[in-house]
Design a protein around this ligand. Structure first.
Ligand SMILES: CC(C)(COP(=O)(O)OP(=O)(O)OC[C@H]1O[C@@H](n2cnc3c(N)ncnc32)[C@H](O)[C@@H]1OP(=O)(O)O)[C@@H](O)C(=O)NCCC(=O)NCCS
Length: 182
């Protein structure tokens, strides 16, 4: 299993053509990335709930209900990438919405655990995502980032994302599962 993780991490780096310094750094740091498995559910859910940057207003939940995350891990229209440290602990994840018809990938969530930040783990996960969707019919990637989330804006910028216009978040909840009080 460990070898499989490392293989996918190397493929991601090669697919994204990272700088030599980034490649060396991750050999030293022993970070691996791969597609999430059902056993990652709890760790993803617990980390996701702690992220203030995922909040969109006072009424809507800040992270997906656990059952939705479970479905996301097994579905074909959502890609969940995880990063692990050398002890195989989950230290970050990406949840990306894959829309084959629109040829678009929307990154719904990107997070690295606070103790693992500042070491380009987010960039390696983004590189892995790009490596997977490139050549699979997807032609456009986008992400919504709060204006004050400077770390995220830097990480996306380093991963090749261009900054566009700012928009107002509008939402409408159709079930209690997405309401904070639910
Ligand atoms: C955005 C995020 C995933 C970046 O992951 P990362 O692996 O730490 O990314 P990087 O190592 O490239 O660091 C990005 C920037 O974070 C800042 N940073 C560096 N060390 C940091 C630390 N220990 N803690 C917080 N931010 C740090 C720096 O500005 C850095 O940019 P620089 O390397 O050009 O100086 C991570 O900060 C995070 O999980 N943030 C909360 C969730 C979030 O905002 N998600 C996106 C919006 S929904």
């Amino acid at each position: 299993m460990a070898l499989a993780w490392k293989a996918s991490w190397v493929q991601a780096l090669e697919g994204s053509n990272p700088s030599p310094s980034a490649r060396n750094y991750f050999v030293m740091a022993m970070i691996s990335t791969g597609i999430a498995q059902a056993s990652d559910l709890r760790a993803i859910y617990e980390l996701g709930q702690t992220v203030a940057e995922f909040e969109v207003n006072d009424q809507t939940v800040g992270f997906w209900p656990q059952a939705v995350v479970a479905d996301a891990i097994t579905s074909t229209d959502v890609l969940v990438i995880v990063a692990r440290n050398d002890r195989e602990e989950l230290i970050g994840f990406i949840i990306a919405n894959l829309n084959k018809t629109l040829r678009k990938v929307l990154i719904e969530n990107l997070v690295v655990a606070p103790h693992a930040r500042g070491r380009k783990v987010g960039g390696v996960m983004l590189a892995h995502l790009v490596a997977i969707v490139s050549g699979s019919g997807y032609e456009y990637l986008a992400a919504l980032v709060p204006l004050q989330a400077e770390s995220a804006l830097r990480a996306y910028g380093e991963a090749g994302f261009s900054r566009g216009h700012s928009f107002v978040w509008l939402d409408r909840t159709l079930s209690r599962h997405f309401r904070r009080s639910g």
